[in-house]
Design a protein around this ligand. Structure first.
Ligand SMILES: Cc1cc2nc3c(=O)[nH]c(=O)nc-3n(C[C@H](O)[C@H](O)[C@H](O)COP(=O)(O)OP(=O)(O)OC[C@H]3O[C@@H](n4cnc5c(N)ncnc54)[C@H](O)[C@@H]3O)c2cc1C
Length: 449
């Protein structure tokens, strides 16, 4: 069966199964004479796959795992991310709306985080950072389960860990996988996360940006039943998002699971190195967390005491020391964490993944894009339009993380200065017009076609 016939068949199958999901373009026969391969099916890969598939751009996702999945922690999205979801596909936004949890109190609907002195036993709020949508937390696995429904299983290949990409004699790109198989495509987008193999293919395995670096921060992550959290810190702090600041550490909390669960991430800065680069998490005990935050106030300590006895510690790596010199080479490109892996202190890494997907999809679906050379022009445009914003986020996230921990030079523990830093930087992330960014990217593409 030809590729076009195969996709036409999938489209037919999809029509029945996805009638409820409205889209920018309905699932129909593909309109492009090329095939895009996406390596990696996390938030970046899946949103791009959905955006392309529903624009009738032939696409296949190659994921190393046996199925799509996310670890069960929380992630929050700011207004730019929510706009980008709608551009990718209305169904992505609907999925987000279905599983997202806002602050519970009516008076806190626009609050991003209430900031507190984490060293204090008081529940007094030092200052509040707001934005147009307030806090929007989702349970990662639930969000992924919802958006996976927009990806027909026929365009997904599992157990495909990418090893290499070479150009074949017919001009197609040939991907080889660890299971010994190969696959062809006209272009490859690496959405394979912080340890991206596609990034290594682009920059070379020995380039400093081929590997992320440890930011000397690690985090305990946990989910606490909401009734217990309320018992420990009271309704206002448990039901609404809070950031507890302190020296060399900070603890953030926000409700997920429609307010039934409190998501908690407790960060510490250390001078030690991370013991094993191959593993970005390591097991820890609740006692380790309590020891790390022993000098903090009762709010923080009581919350930590409610976590499970066995916790995971997450190493915070990023691409901040060695930014990637380019997001593309020829018809190979990178997106999401593969391109601009960031520490999580702005809560915006996944949001920028979705922005990347929206812009890449709009460019690839442009009717003028038909040939392999046009795809290269798309990737060059994407690189020019996205690199600065992605790499700014990585640096700003480091800075703002240090502000929360009273470590930033010239800022210290001056709360007015910390508030100013957060507001200024959050505005750069959130106060953007994604539709306009897409228009600008298409105008920039015109100059390269
Ligand atoms: C503690 C923490 C908290 C965070 N909180 C937020 C937040 O609140 N808001 C926010 O916006 N962002 C947040 N982030 C950032 C966000 O989680 C990431 O930016 C985002 O999940 C990255 O998505 P991705 O799809 O690029 O990569 P990933 O989610 O890492 O997905 C990569 C996929 O590629 C697959 N893969 C990898 N290598 C290969 C290969 N060789 N071949 C085939 N497949 C491969 C993997 O199996 C995986 O499925 C946080 C990050 C951390 C660490």
């Amino acid at each position: 069966m030809s590729e076009a016939a195969r996709l036409g068949l999938i489209a037919g199958q999809l029509e029945g199964s996805q009638k409820s999901a409205s889209s920018k373009g309905s699932a129909m026969a593909p309109t492009k004479p090329f095939e895009i391969a996406i390596v990696g099916g996390g938030i970046a890969g899946l949103t791009l796959a959905i955006a392309l598939y529903h624009r009738q751009v032939p696409v296949t996702v190659y994921e190393q795992a046996p199925q799509f999945g996310e670890i069960g922690a929380g992630v929050s999205f700011s207004p730019n991310a929510v706009q980008a979801m709608k551009i990718c596909h209305q169904g992505v936004h609907d999925a987000f709306e279905k599983v997202c949890t806002k602050n519970v109190w009516e008076s806190k609907q626009k609050v991003w985080f209430d900031y507190l002195n984490g060293m204090s036993d008081s529940r007094e709020i030092a200052f509040t950072i707001s934005n147009s949508l307030g806090q929007n937390g989702v349970h990662r696995a639930r969000f992924l389960d919802e958006i996976v429904k927009l990806v027909p299983k026929e365009i997904a290949r599992f157990g495909k860990k990418l090893k290499d990409i070479k150009e074949g004699p017919n001009g197609k790109l040939v991907m080889s996988f660890e299971d010994g198989t190969t696959a062809e495509a006209d272009a490859v987008v690496g959405c394979d996360g912080i340890k991206s193999r596609v990034r290594q293919v682009i920059v070379g395995p020995d380039h400093p940006s081929a590997h992320p670096v440890y930011t000397h921060k690690y985090a305990y992550r946990g989910l606490v039943p909401m009734d217990k959290a309320i018992g420990a810190i009271g309704e206002e702090l448990a039901l609404n998002s809070c950031m507890h600041m302190g020296p060399d550490g900070h603890v953030l909390t926000f409700p997920v699971d429609h307010g039934k669960t409190l998501n908690m991430v407790a960060f510490r800065t250390t001078t030690d190195d991370w013991p094993d680069f191959q593993r970005l998490t390591r097991p820890a005990k609740r006692e380790d967390a309590l020891r790390d935050f022993a000098a903090y106030g009762t709010n923080v300590k009581q919350l930590l005491a409610l976590t499970k006895p066995n916790l995971d510690v997450w190493a915070i790596f990023d691409l901040g020391d060695h930014p990637v010199p380019t997001f593309y080479k020829g018809r190979i490109s990178i997106s999401g964490d593969a391109a601009h892996a960031t520490s999580p202190h702005h809560g915006a890494g996944a949001g920028l993944c979705i922005e990347d997907s929206a812009i890449l999809a709009e460019l690839l679906a442009d009717e003028r894009v038909q040939t392999p050379k046009d795809i290269e022009a798309v990737f060059a445009t994407y690189n020019a339009e996205r690199k600065e914003r992605g790499q700014w986020l990585v640096q700003s996230s480091r800075w703002v993380g240090d502000c929360y921990e009273w470590r930033a030079p010239g800022i210290g523990r001056d709360f007015a200065k910390i508030e100013h830093e957060i507001n200024t930087r959050n505005a750069i992330i959130a106060n953007v017009d994604l539709e306009e960014m897409c228009v600008q990217a298409k105008q920039a593409l015109s100059k390269r076609l």
